[in-house]
Design a protein around this ligand. Structure first.
Ligand code: PLP
Length: 386
């Protein structure tokens, strides 16, 4: 028999999805995979039904239904404070997952180097492998997950073609400051590097912080491919709607990559989500407020376990330091915790390029009742602290 590809043979199964299955096996509360356990706004669900009834069953325009791009362009213009041209600067994708794949394939050739911070969202490594690019990791140093400017500079100087920036950041919860983003922008300019941003948590930031859209920084619009999604903002992770926003000449090429990868996202849902893009500003304030409240619920229990963690500034994840629990291996610990404590985490090693067994990740995209139930179970961890 011929061999399957070397490229994909090195893939490991996603530990996040695996932990969801382990959670089901032990009847544990799943704080591993990050998705809300509530329904999207009722008007949005109704809009999806209406789109079906209106016969939106065939392919939409490959780069996104015009109504959707118009609404998205208007929403981006509103939040980014710069005009976004729906017809020339957007391509609608199957989630930010496809958006990042499209972005990377649009700017990278096999053999190119792609920089990324670690801990990283696990898809980026896979995206690099599928593109044939080589990942260059730059550490964010715990507990505050800040980068060392000298280390970042070394990575850029090593000949990067692109740098992936996840902000707000999964898994560590960092919201990079304008000053940090300006440092990244200056390096991108100096070393002539593309910046592929993942801004899916743009509306989930806490404590009065502001999300700074990277492409709005001076000079960055022409070298940024912004990937984002409607999954998190409207609690529709299963609808698979995302997009790339970039300069017209870049988007012209990205559209071809997207066309050959997936043709397009589900047509009726593209039409339905226009309703959500017209929600008033108060929707976004409430979303951030609800996630801030959920964060407090989970952290209030973690505070009582005696374990240390880094307070998330944005997104809906928390990295918990398990080093005082006496486990040498975070994967074994995650299985033990799921079985014995009844709460499933993600082993932290899935976010690092090197063996790193000190952390697990929990998410708080859950109803308060779910988080209280999980929190009550997490208190049992106190008995195991050494
Ligand atoms: C940082 C980040 N990017 C992208 C995604 C995937 O987004 P989408 O559902 O739009 O594909 C996730 C989902 O957890 C994420 O955390």
């Amino acid at each position: 028999m011929p061999q399957t590809s070397h490229r994909t043979a090195v893939f490991t199964e996603s530990l996040i999805r695996e932990m969801s299955r382990v959670a089901t096996r032990y009847g544990a509360i799943n704080l591993a995979q990050g998705f809300p356990d509530w329904d999207p706004p009722a008007v949005l669900v109704q809009a999806a039904k209406d789109a079906m009834d209106a016969g939106r069953h065939q392919y939409a325009v490959t780069w996104g239904a015009p109504e959707l791009r118009t609404a998205l362009g208007a929403k981006l213009t509103r939040f980014m404070g710069v005009p976004v041209e729906a017809d020339r600067e957007l391509v609608v994708t199957c989630g930010a997952t496809e958006a990042m794949m499209v972005a990377m394939m649009t700017v990278c050739d096999p053999g190119d180097k792609v920089g990324l911070f670690s801990p990283f969202y696990e898809n980026y490594n896979a995206d690099a492998i599928l593109t044939g690019a080589q990942a260059v990791h730059v550490p964010l140093h715990p507990p505050h997950y800040r980068f060392d400017p000298a280390e970042l500079r070394r990575a850029f100087a090593s000949g990067l073609k692109a740098f992936v920036l996840c902000n707000p950041s999964n898994p560590c919860g960092r919201v990079f400051t304008r000053e940090e983003l300006l440092q990244i922008a200056a390096l991108a300019e100096e070393f002539d590097v593309w910046v592929l941003t993942d801004e899916v948590y743009e509306h989930i930031v806490f404590d009065g912080r502001n999300h700074v859209y990277f492409s709005t920084l001076p000079g960055m619009a022409r070298r940024t491919l912004m990937c984002s999604s409607l999954s998190k903002t409207f609690s529709i992770t299963g609808w698979r709607l995302g997009y790339v926003h970039a300069a017209p000449d870049v988007i012209a090429q990205a559209r071809k990559v997207h066309d050959f990868l997936t043709v397009g996202a589900a047509a009726p849902l593209q039409h339905a989500v226009v309703t959500a893009l017209n929600f008033p500003a108060s929707y976004y304030d409430e979303l951030a407020g609800e996630y801030a409240a959920s964060r407090e619920v989970l952290l209030s229990y973690l505070d009582r376990t005696g374990l240390s963690y880094t307070r998330p500034e944005g997104a809906y994840f928390v990295m918990l330091d398990i080093s005082s629990l006496g486990y040498a291996n975070d994967v074994e610990f995650a299985h033990w915790m799921t079985r014995e404590i009844g709460v499933a985490p993600v082993p932290g090693s899935s976010f690092f390029p090197h063996p790193e067994h000190r952390y697990v990740r929990l998410n708080f995209a859950k109803k308060p009742a779910t988080l209280h139930a999980a929190g009550a179970r997490l208190l049992k961890l106190r008995d195991y602290v050494r």
